[in-house]
Design a protein around this ligand. Structure first.
Ligand code: GN1
Ligand code: MG
Length: 362
């Protein structure tokens, strides 16, 4: 995009100083991101094009994000935390008060750039403990948010909805693929009832929804130069969900000894060292607000997410691969078998998970 257009967009927001340069930043897969460099001692900013195809309701999306960051900021102010500007993201409104700007059918937003931070990726027990602790703290800070947040992706982690999409895919069988994968259909069906446990408990008023991040990974934490945690980022999927959305989805990716699309199913294990480190960190910060029914169901949460991802990959395979990008025709089938294997491995560890959690709370 042209510099003058980017300058024009940046200037619609209430930023301090004059824009010197707008340059590409990072390599996000969903949003396109730039750094806005300003003159003098003024802060720099992050300018982001919001992917409207994935997040159709930008108004709701930004309301969620601003409510969440304001709530976290006021908690930190009350607690007298120093250097708050580095410990929570700060979004900048436009001159008309909105937190996004519509320019030629594209939505843009701006936040203050936090200098001198470190990003991490990859999985180890040490980093998993920190991710657990950080996201448990994130949920804890938001457990009493007064605002009502919307679902920035409707029914994102609703397993009943995902199963309905799967049933529709099987019935339509658009590519004639169902006949060769009956074993997977059976594996999904036989667990369906139990896997909908969270939605049933919710309807019965026994399980709460809370504000969750819904993309829990170490990449979504900013660290300081000394390796201490600064803040949680990538807030687009922050929405009301069951705590399992953060707990289970992290383990789904981090505890798998193989990448989620590896065809080497016999090498797939569910890493209990990662489970233990993550759970210990998570319970440290989350146990104060978690209800017994949530704690009791954490092992269920650890199996729900491999199951949900299996259902999603597999429905996409039956539908002819319209959602997840594929590199070869059977890619979504391989992903499905991978997640099914991970699910079975996780299920085998449930008694050990239960015992570990009990031990942690003793
Ligand atoms: C998608 O694009 P990425 O990798 O952050 C998906 C997640 C899935 C994941 C599986 C908006 O996330 O829910 O768990 O793929 N995000 C969306 O790889 O559908
Ligand atoms: Mg993501």
């Amino acid at each position: 995009m042209e510099q003058n257009q980017l300058h024009h967009i940046a200037q619609q927001f209430k930023i301090k100083g004059n824009v010197v340069e707008v340059k590409p930043l990072g390599n996000g897969l969903i949003n396109t991101t730039y750094k806005v460099v300003t003159d003098g001692d003024n802060p720099d900013y992050v300018l982001q094009h919001i992917n409207n195809a994935i997040f159709p309701d930008v108004d709701m999306l930004m309301n969620n994000i601003v409510a969440v960051t304001n709530h976290i900021r006021s908690k930190k102010e009350t607690a007298g935390v120093p250097d708050i500007g580095r410990r929570v993201l700060e979004f900048v409104p436009c001159t008309d008060g909105k937190y996004y700007y519509l320019h030629e059918d594209k939505y843009w937003r701006v936040m203050v750039f936090i200098p001198d931070t470190v990003s991490k990726s990859g999985v180890s027990p040490e980093s998993s403990y920190i991710v657990g602790e950080t996201f448990g703290d994130f949920q804890a800070m938001l457990a009493d948010i007064p605002d009502t947040l919307g679902e920035s992706i409707k029914d994102f982690h609703n397993i009943e909805f995902r199963l309905q999409q799967f049933h529709e895919a099987v019935a339509a069988d658009k590519c004639g693929r169902a006949k060769d994968v009956q074993d997977i259909i059976d594996e999904i069906e036989k667990r369906a009832d139990d896997m909908c446990r969270s939605e049933k408990l919710y309807r019965e008023g026994k399980l709460p929804k809370r504000i969750c991040h819904c993309d829990t990974k170490v990449d979504n934490i900013l660290f300081d130069k000394d390796d201490s945690v600064l803040c949680v980022i990538d807030l687009d999927t922050v929405m009301p969900s069951f705590v399992f959305s953060d707990y289970g989805d992290f383990l789904r990716s981090a505890a798998n000894t193989q990448p989620e699309d590896s065809p080497e199913y016999d090498k797939i294990e569910f890493r209990m060292d990662i489970f233990k480190a993550f759970t210990e960190g998570y319970l440290k910060t989350a146990r104060a607000f978690l209800q017994p029914i949530e704690i009791e169901n954490l092992p269920y949460g650890a199996t729900l997410f491999p199951y949900m991802q299996l259902v999603r990959f597999f429905a996409d395979y039956l539908n002819g691969d319209t959602y997840y990008k594929i590199q070869y025709p059977e890619h979504n089938l391989v992903r499905s078998r991978n997640q099914l294997t991970l699910l079975k491995r996780a299920e085998a560890h449930i008694p050990e998970m239960v015992a570990f959690i009990k031990e942690q709370l003793a």
